[in-house]
Design a protein around this ligand. Structure first.
Ligand SMILES: NC(=O)C1=CN([C@@H]2O[C@H](COP(=O)(O)OP(=O)(O)OC[C@H]3O[C@@H](n4cnc5c(N)ncnc54)[C@H](OP(=O)(O)O)[C@@H]3O)[C@@H](O)[C@H]2O)C=CC1
Ligand SMILES: CC(=O)[C@@H](O)[C@H](O)COP(=O)(O)O
Ligand SMILES: [Mn+2]
Length: 414
């Protein structure tokens, strides 16, 4: 898959087809606006009004008040909410407008399970930032691509479960990563041609359980799993960081985004989360992207791709002593990465099953139904039962997901 600017093509020529015009703010649609990525994206847009204007928002609805406040704040022309009905959403928006002293705001409203998909295709958009969590983001991802919008993708799950389906739906340069590692890789890949790339090296913080052995991991608590050492993120991705499922998904994400074979993608543990990933080139050179852990940088770059947004985040402070360390991943304690590589190599709907089983197991872990090591054990057990060899279509992915969720819930004692 070709990112704009990674092939040496002048950037202006590659981003113009997606509707961006120099000097005019890009019209941004935010999916998952109330979450960690979504709220930081609003910060980015607020700080750079000359670059970005938010034209539509969507969220799940577990924090309706915040969604309504964001709508009033951004004056988004369209607002979507999965859980609320239209009357409830309308009232929330009007209450928020009244509280903010705004009298003439009446956006178009979309509600129900397909609200985010409708918002993703919003015709006024130029860039869609998909910050929804989980594979529920797949249809919005496909809708944004079908509408011809530039897709700044934080929702890695949609690419991983959709695989080739999503790749085929994306025109060259239409899909830009927001995940910090993949943003780093995309930046480092600007330094060479595809033929010059030897390996991708994806960094992992190691999470809160770095250094622990499998036996010690058995009794860790949800509270401990949510205490990420370097990033403040939503519950699913934070738990996935602790189990290394996040890194597993990210290896597959890198493979799909950059067309590098799985056996040429490595994981290295880097507890400081300053080097966000690296590209090793054929001449022995390694190009790394480094910045203090702050998602506003990859969010701004994703929404503004291929242009950098001045002041998006603080740079490294080179006047102070600092230590960056790197260590191998303990694959025995954390088997998630190897399991994902095997699953993705087999192709088909396997990664949809992997991800769905994980999402169910993570919920079961937080509900106290299973232990921490049972999360990856559940994924492995559900995958072992999975015999479907249907070709990859939206229908087969959704069916595999449904099957995997049922199988995982059963194993977790739901
Ligand atoms: N947070 C981070 O720093 C990073 C996150 N990512 C990825 O970005 C994605 C988002 O993560 P994060 O922001 O942490 O997650 P959060 O849990 O903080 O936020 C998730 C967002 O998705 C919304 N949402 C849930 N279901 C729906 C739905 N059906 N329709 C529309 N919106 C929905 C939620 O709405 P509500 O809660 O209002 O119901 C919320 O706004 C994930 O894929 C994650 O892996 C990647 C790199 C870094
Ligand atoms: C910020 C970001 O991109 C997360 O996906 C991050 O990678 C999580 O940290 P881990 O390296 O611990 O998974
Ligand atoms: Mn990441």
């Amino acid at each position: 898959m070709q990112l704009p600017g990674t092939s040496g093509t002048p950037s202006a020529a590659t981003h113009r087809p997606f509707g961006s015009t120099e000097g005019v703010p890009r019209r941004v649609v935010l999916l998952g606006s109330t979450g960690s990525i979504g709220t930081q994206a609003i910060d980015v847009a607020d700080a750079a009004p000359d670059r970005f204007t938010i034209v539509a928002l969507a969220a799940g609805g577990s924090n309706l008040e915040l969604l309504a406040q964001q709508a009033v704040h951004t004056r988004a022309a369209a607002v979507g909410c999965a859980l609320a009905d239209k009357d409830t959403l309308h009232k929330a928006v009007q209450d928020a407008a009244r509280d903010a002293g705004v009298s003439d705001y009446d956006p178009e409203l979309f509600t129900g399970p397909s609200a985010a998909t409708a918002i993703a295709a919003w015709p006024e958009a130029e860039v869609v930032l998909n910050g929804i969590t989980g594979s529920i983001g797949l249809e919005p991802t496909l809708a944004a691509l079908a509408a011809g919008h530039l897709l700044a993708l934080a929702n890695k799950e949609s690419l991983i479960v959709g695989g080739e389906l999503v790749k085929k739906a994306a025109a060259p340069g239409q899909l830009v990563p927001v995940d910090s590692e993949h943003s780093a890789l995309a930046q480092a890949l600007r330094s060479g041609t595809p033929e010059e790339v030897d390996r991708l090296v994806v960094t992992a913080s190691g999470g809160p359980f770095r250094g622990m052995k499998r036996a010690e991991l058995q009794n860790v608590t949800p509270g401990q799993a949510l205490a990420h050492p370097t990033w403040k993120m939503g519950r699913m991705v934070t738990t996935n960081s602790a189990s290394m499922v996040n890194k597993a998904l990210e290896v597959i994400e890198a493979h799909l985004l950059f067309d590098i074979p799985l056996e040429r993608i490595d994981v290295v543990v880097h507890p400081q989360s300053v080097v966000h990933s690296m590209v090793q080139f054929v001449d022995g050179s390694t190009i790394a992207q480094a910045s203090p852990p702050d998602m506003r940088l990859p969010i701004a770059l994703g929404m503004g791709w291929p242009h950098r947004v001045p002041g998006a985040a603080k740079p490294c402070d080179w006047t102070r002593a600092a230590e960056w360390t790197f260590e191998p991943l303990d694959e025995e304690a954390f088997p998630a990465v190897a399991l994902a590589k095997r699953t993705a190599a087999a192709g088909g709907t396997g990664m949809a099953v992997y991800n769905a089983a994980n999402e169910e197991a993570v919920d079961a872990f937080h509900d106290g139904l299973i232990g921490f090591t049972d999360i990856v054990d559940t994924i492995a057990a559900v995958l072992a039962e999975h015999t479907d060899t249907a070709p990859l279509t939206l229908e087969s992915v959704l069916a595999a997901e449904k099957w995997a969720r049922t199988a995982a819930r059963k194993r977790c004692g739901r």
